[in-house]
Design a protein. Structure first.
Length: 491
């Protein structure tokens, strides 16, 4: 970080703010969104488990002895007792990391034990199928419930429900299908995803002059901007495209950045710069120093940077919906080398168990760090508003499951995409430490449950709309046709 100059920082930050200038947004649409007092707001965190996080390799592993047929067990994705771990009183068990030598080019992942032990009481697995095994389609449907709410994504619905008056209510650091907007044409433009491509330096794109090595007088900047606005109206381009909606939109967003964003001082509030290397007049907040202690690799680890920016955006009341997580490229740092697999969970095409254990371990570690922060800090830094965790819900959104079979007795194998899977949700707003549905050990296929009582039912098949409805129910997001899930709401 200490080698980064202002010019580099601004370029990267501007990339993260590109959609402010070019995206389908209008700051004039605020009146269409609900303004909720801080005490009544909720927070949605969507973690993208890119490539197919298989629940039977995460929190629902099947023991080989449970199959009841050793020959059949040798053809399924099952585990020996020595490969499984658990914590007392937990509804979940989890797969131990492999031997260090098995990870070859990877640094061995952390165990899931800390996550389950600390946060399992608020965790729930929702067993369901999906309706596509195409990456982009399945990712988009995991967020839109396959069109459950007039085509709005969960994040867009969240922004409409709680994001009125917020600067950037719906911030998205995902990729591929996870950054696709919903298809509801009546959605307020400001509720759409604000795509952030450079989380580490995003803050520098929220101010035009802060952080320059030589000070710039504010009055000089104002005069220069006034002259620029006058010239903009007199150019041949401006006269030719005077009625263009795109030009009007661009000018509107430029005004938004120069006024609302700069006035909010996000350049320091969201700055992920090591306090020890702060320069050019930018001083990260005390909260940022805590982030570097909890995520010491965030300057090089993109997933850690995303996680930390998501926390800061929520903490400062900038956003109510935050999307972040694994991308298709691996995380590589100078200290640890290759940390995550190429193409994330989808590396299961090459080596299923290596990919699943590695990525589940890192997923658990990221969420453990985030939840610790949410439990530690008061919302908006105000003790009267309570801890951030009390109003939060984390949804681990993944594309699909993986195939459940292997060559007989194979110790290492590859898997394809499978419609059958489940989703992990962590929140104090739901009845945690529970598996909603179950797994048939003879097939390793998950099955559904009665949404009213929570009773597992092998005859019930739930899909994306049920997951969407259950999360919306927990977050008090009403819409016509919502598939409620009374069984998992706390009284």
């Amino acid at each position: 970080m200490d080698k980064l100059g202002r010019r580099t920082m601004l370029r990267a930050g501007a990339a993260g703010l590109a959609s402010l200038a070019l995206g389908p947004r209008s700051v004039m649409a605020r009146e269409a969104m609900t303004v909720v007092p801080p005490a009544d707001r909720k927070l949605l965190f969507v973690f993208c488990a890119h490539g197919g996080a298989a629940m039977i390799d995460g929190l629902l592993p099947v023991l080989d002895t449970e199959v009841g047929d050793s020959a059949l067990a040798g053809t399924l994705d099952v585990f020996s007792e020595a490969q499984i771990d658990s914590v007392p009183g937990s509804a979940f068990r989890f797969v131990k990391p492999l031997e260090a030598s098995a990870y070859s080019f990877l640094k061995p992942p952390p165990s899931m034990r800390d996550f389950v032990q600390k946060h399992g009481a608020d965790a729930a697995v929702f067993c369901h199928d999906v309706s596509s095994v195409n990456h982009n389609v399945a990712q988009a449907r995991s967020l839109s419930g396959a069109g459950a709410n007039a085509g709005r994504t969960l994040m867009e619905a969240m922004a409409v429900r709680y994001g009125g008056g917020m600067l950037l209510p719906n911030c998205n650091m995902g990729t591929d299908g996870y950054i696709e907007h919903g298809v509801d044409g009546s959605l307020p433009a400001k509720a759409r995803h604000e795509v952030i491509t450079a989380p580490l330096l995003f803050a520098t794109g929220t101010h035009g002059t802060r952080g320059l090595a030589s000070a710039v007088r504010p009055d000089a900047v104002k005069r220069a901007r006034r002259v620029r606005d006058l010239l903009d109206r007199e150019t041949v381009f401006a006269n030719t495209f005077r009625k263009s909606p795109l030009v009007a939109h661009y000018l509107e967003q430029r005004s938004f950045g120069a006024n609302e964003l700069e006035a909010a001082d996000l350049v320091e509030k969201l700055l992920l710069l090591d306090p020890a290397s702060a320069k050019a007049g930018l001083r990260p907040t005390a909260v940022t120093a805590e982030l570097f202690k909890r995520f010491p690799g965030l300057a090089q680890n993109d997933v850690q940077a995303q996680t930390c920016l998501a926390f800061l955006l929520a903490y400062h009341g900038v956003a109510t919906s935050l999307t972040f997580g694994f991308r298709s490229d691996p995380v590589i740092t100078e200290a640890d080398g290759v940390i995550t697999t190429p193409i994330a969970f989808d590396y299961s095409h090459s080596s299923h168990r290596l990919a699943q254990t590695a990525m589940w371990g890192h997923l658990a570690a990221q969420l453990d760090g985030l939840i610790d922060l949410l439990k530690q800090h008061d919302y908006l830094g105000d003790p009267s508003l309570g801890k951030m965790w009390d109003r939060s819900l984390i949804y681990v959104a993944t594309d699909f499951g993986r195939t459940k079979t292997r060559a007989a007795g194979a110790g290492s194998w590859s898997t394809g995409h499978d419609l059958n899977n489940g989703s992990l949700v962590i929140s104090p707003l739901i009845q945690g430490n529970r598996v909603y549905g179950g797994v048939d050990p003879k097939t390793c296929l998950t099955y559904g449950f009665d949404r009213r009582t929570g009773a597992p039912d092998k005859g019930v098949v739930l899909e994306e709309a049920a997951v969407y409805g259950a999360i919306a129910h927990a977050l008090d997001i009403p819409f016509a046709g919502r598939q409620d899930c009374p069984a998992w709401l706390k009284a």
